[in-house]
Design a protein around this ligand. Structure first.
Ligand SMILES: *Cc1c(COP(=O)(O)O)cnc(C)c1O
Length: 425
């Protein structure tokens, strides 16, 4: 791939991009009368223009039908989550019965660990990547403690080699083998939030199963970003949020995956009425009869307002197709890496991208260690209308997302970065 550092080239790429029109389906925050350069779709995706109408439909149906909206609404609330299932299944590479939209991300991680982290005898450990998202660490440690274990001993992180920032798959597999029959669960992020490294979920799952452990993934940074094949990879369980790459709004409803081979097996779970067999739910019987699908893990009735926005957002993914999005994403992020290298040359600054160079080992995010510039540089680009994010201790994260970012965005970012670095000398 040969890129060029020019506005004309970036615009030509946009003109050739079959997905470019999706940009107009989103609201962009404004800075000095123009769209910001929005690179934080990995933190909170932009609002789809269809969201307001989808939400209004449910408010109107509530006004019109009251409780009867459960069955008489245009999209009946009783089965609302079912309308999301086919899109979610396509998005994560699952069978429809393996996925469900429910709860929030960390809640789902807990509910799924109830079924898939069941320490017995010496098999008690959870293996994760170095520096997982803090919420995941709290969830792992508290589950270990809940089962009477010692989080300091039983929560293990795979570390990078000396001088490196990211992990080698062979080191992950070696660690799994080393822990062997003391390992109960391997739970990684699909993409690490800090480094942007995408893990080989198929290889990790195989290695976990080979030593008798279960394998789960937190796909907060992978859903809507990578081309996932959860069913074929034999992953036991996964969960994700919908407000990052899936553009479904702050705190919107999350998702969960349970592999087909675990369905209908009456695994231990924390039950609620929405997990009960839907044909008999309103018989209000004492004995829990689980749904034969991932819906068995549902606890409460569907949060329809957030699901309405989620539905509008997922329609865009259905129209674009995750395979097409991923193909564009490799180009767009490759272009960003190229532009950053150019800025380094022109300004004589060392901008170390710690995200892997291999497109197979990353999604759209690049994480930059800005040696000697850090927070001050971040503040300057922010003043110029770049929305990126800063993660302690010293990383600037940028995520050009294929659904609404353009090659021109990336080119303009390079211009601003060059000016900010030049001004600081
Ligand atoms: C964003 C994120 C979370 C946030 O959890 P919520 O329950 O949605 O608040 C958790 N884990 C990871 C890996 C994340 O990236």
């Amino acid at each position: 791939m040969t890129f060029e550092n020019s506005l004309a080239y970036a615009r030509a790429c946009d003109a050739n991009d079959a997905l470019h029109a999706f940009r107009s389906e989103f609201h962009f925050p404004q800075h000095d009368g123009r769209d910001v350069l929005y690179f934080t779709g990995n933190s909170l995706g932009l609002q789809p223009k269809g969201a307001a109408e989808a939400l209004k439909q449910e408010l109107d149906d509530w006004a019109r039908f009251g409780v009867e909206g459960h069955f008489r609404a245009k999209h009946p609330w009783y089965s609302y989550h079912e309308e999301l299932t086919p899109s979610l299944a396509r998005l994560v590479g699952a069978l429809p019965e393996e996925v469900v939209a429910m709860n929030q991300l960390t809640s789902n991680l807990h509910f799924l660990m109830v079924s898939f982290y069941r320490p017995t005898g010496k098999r008690r450990k959870i293996l994760t990547e170095q520096r997982p998202f803090p919420s995941d660490t709290y969830a792992f440690a508290s589950q270990i403690a809940f089962h009477g274990g010692d989080p300091d001993a039983d929560l293990v992180e795979v570390q990078p080699r000396p001088g490196e920032h990211t992990l080698c798959t062979e080191d992950i597999v070696a660690k799994i083998n080393e822990l062997g029959d003391t390992l109960a669960l391997v739970c990684f992020g699909g993409v690490n939030f800090y480094t942007g490294q995408a893990f080989d979920m198929a290889a990790i799952t195989r290695a976990a199963h080979a030593v008798g452990a279960t394998a789960g993934f937190d796909l907060a940074h992978a859903a809507g970003n990578l081309h996932l094949q959860l069913h074929d990879w034999n992953v036991d369980f996964a969960c994700w949020c919908s407000y990052k790459y899936l553009n479904s709004g702050p705190g919107s409803v999350a998702g969960a995956f349970v592999h087909q081979r675990h369905l209908g097996k009456h695994l231990p779970l924390f039950a609620g009425w929405w997990g009960h067999d839907k044909g008999e739910r309103f018989k209000m019987e004492r004995t829990f009869k689980p749904m034969p699908t991932a819906e068995a893990w549902q606890v409460s009735n569907a949060p329809v307002f957030s699901m309405a926005v989620h539905r509008a957002a997922l329609q865009l993914f259905d129209r674009a197709g995750i395979a097409h999005l991923r193909a564009k994403s490799e180009q767009l992020t490759g272009y960003l890496a190229f532009i950053i290298t150019g800025v380094e040359k022109v300004t004589g600054t060392h901008l170390e991208v710690i995200t892997p160079k291999d497109p197979a080992q990353r999604g759209c995010q690049l994480s930059i260690l800005a040696h000697g510039h850090g927070k001050a540089l971040f503040n300057r680009i922010t003043e110029r209308g770049v929305v990126a994010d800063w993660r302690e201790p010293n990383v600037i994260r940028l995520a050009p997302v294929p659904l609404y970012n353009s090659f021109e965005d990336v080119y303009r970012f390079g211009e601003i970065l060059t000016e900010c670095l030049s001004a600081s000398h």
